[in-house]
Design a protein around this ligand. Structure first.
Ligand code: NAP
Length: 491
């Protein structure tokens, strides 16, 4: 029997920007029975978890905003993390998201039983829902390096996403492992504070220098008085990111990627004075092959007298520091592991069981995949935001989630008007998409000779390999025959 809105229930998993978005948009669409599950005691996702010094979003704030809640108060072109977190909480508050959230209760199991998703939490909550929206994020589960002796280090040690604010940096010797976007922000912010900073670089990175000006009162006042100016800016930034970054990375021969390469080279040549240090910082792969790093002042920080770029490989950690291959012991009070995330997890470790009890762990035993990053065959009425192989890179994941959400709502509508009420991508659609994706990825800059978290275990980029217009076009309207309405066996 077709479902009615007032009786249709949704479980939203994850209280980050995509989960908050889902609750707001479901309410706007007239769905009242919505529960958001968040294992932490606060909403905000990545902006709640990442509190390291210098944390900021390297996507301009006026683009990294909900299109329906533009914010005239952004302080900077790239506003700091705590400000973004505050913004998300404010939006959540305004739309009553918290009232629908179960905080501090981790979902441990989800199983599709009798046409509904049964959700079980650590705290013993057990309830069934018609639809699940998995908004669990990609960069969520810290990846810890396998460096021998780490457990013997007697100083303070933590992952960048688990920053220990009880540790004072002032005057200390700080070691940072990693040279990704996170480490670069930490180095730029922490070097002026610490006594000595050792940056352990396994692979150098290309850095695009972009200044981060503050937004003055005059502009803020203009935005407050005329919000349409912010909308114009949002559109303009969106177009510019799509035309420049997105077009650049999906085509290794594009003129856009060549421009990025030139800009990165100029930054290195012009802003690193010591030729020896410059060569140590020079990558041997193409710019944007790894996720492009944007920083106004990383080179300035690493050239400060108290900063030391360590390029000799790490051999082991010892009680008082890190020993490198050249035999040197780098004595440290604090060691930060800016070593990234396990990007193949998504909603796991939740145990997820779909049609006929098929497990997600089994389905994804080789690697995660989903048709158009949204729907997994055999896991009906469960849709992902920022799911596997979706657009990643230097653009707004809020924008991505908004586009995906509209698409998902069309699937929900179709399921609700159908007899079975249950919809899922077909195996053949998922397979075709996967093959097309792998083929298209051969043209991208991500496969031009570097290692990065974009690449899966086969070296295939786990990312949307087409441009942003293609993404928008695909998300415009689901192709009917790529989905099946699942008829369930009578109970
Ligand atoms: P990441 O890009 O995965 O970088 C991890 C770093 O750790 C790499 O430099 C890696 O070296 C190094 N590493 C890992 N294991 C190591 C080991 N055993 N020994 C030595 N070095 C080791 O992680 P991330 O910097 O946290 O960034 C992850 C993603 O988060 C970014 O790409 C971005 O999408 C997002 N992010 C965004 C922002 C933003 O402003 N929007 C800020 C921060 C992060 P190799 O390069 O040699 O592998």
């Amino acid at each position: 029997m077709p479902k009615v809105k007032s009786e249709t229930s949704f479980a939203v998993i994850g209280g980050g920007m995509a989960g908050i978005l889902s609750v707001i948009k479901l309410a706007e669409a007239g769905f009242e029975r919505v529960t958001l599950f968040e294992k932490a005691d606060e909403l905000g996702g990545t902006w709640r978890e990442n509190t390291y010094p210098g944390v900021a979003c390297d996507v301009p704030s006026h683009l990294y905003s909900y299109s329906f809640e533009l914010n005239p108060e952004w302080s900077h072109l790239f506003s700091p993390g705590p400000e973004i977190h505050k913004y998300l909480l404010k939006v959540a508050q305004k739309y009553g998201v918290r009232q629908k959230a179960r905080l501090s209760d981790e979902v441990v199991k989800m199983s599709f039983e009798g046409g509904k998703w049964r959700i079980l939490t650590q705290g013993g909550y057990d309830q069934s829902f018609d639809f699940v929206i998995a908004a669990t994020g990609v960069l969520h589960h810290p990846s810890y390096p396998s460096i021998s002796g780490l457990d013997k280090f007697e100083g303070h040690m933590f992952h960048s996403a688990r920053w220990d604010h009880s540790v004072d940096l002032e005057g200390k010797s700080l070691g940072v492992i990693g040279t990704g976007s996170t480490a670069v922000q930490i180095v730029a912010a922490a070097t002026p504070k610490v006594g000595r900073l050792d940056l352990f670089q396994r692979t150098p990175q290309w850095i695009l220098q972009v200044q981060n000006p503050s937004i003055d009162e005059v502009d803020k006042e203009k935005y407050r008085k005329d919000p349409s100016l912010m909308l114009d800016l949002h559109e303009e930034l969106s177009k510019s990111f799509a035309d420049n970054f997105a077009n650049a990375v999906v085509d290794a021969d594009s003129k856009e990627v060549k421009i990025l390469e030139e800009l990165c080279k100029m930054n290195l040549e012009n802003n690193v004075t010591d030729p020896e240090l410059r060569e140590k910082l020079r990558p041997d792969y193409r710019a944007a092959c790894k996720r492009l790093i944007i920083s106004p002042n990383f080179y300035e920080a690493i050239q400060m007298p108290n900063a030391n770029l360590v390029t000799s490989p790490i051999v082991q950690a010892e009680s008082n520091g890190i020993r490198t291959q050249d035999g040197e012991l780098h004595e440290l009070d604090i060691l930060v592991l800016a070593t990234g995330f396990r990007v193949d997890r998504f909603m796991r470790p939740i145990e997820v069981f779909g049609l006929d009890g098929v497990s997600l762990d089994e389905t994804w035993k080789e690697r995660p995949s989903a048709y158009l990053a949204i729907s997994i065959p055999d896991f009906p009425n469960m849709f992902m935001l920022n799911g596997p192989n979706g657009p990643v890179g230097n653009f707004s994941l809020i924008e991505v989630a908004e586009v995906q959400f509209k698409y998902i709502m069309q699937l929900v509508d179709r399921a609700m008007t159908a007899e079975s009420g249950v919809i899922c991508a077909t195996h053949s659609a998922a397979e075709t998409f996967e093959n097309e994706r792998i083929e298209a990825a051969k043209k991208t800059v991500w496969v031009t000779g570097c290692k990065s978290w974009y690449l899966d275990d086969r070296g295939v980029p786990a990312a949307w390999p087409w441009n942003f217009e293609h993404f928008r076009a695909k998300m415009e309207k689901p192709v009917d025959e790529d989905y099946e309405l699942v008829t369930l066996a009578p109970l």
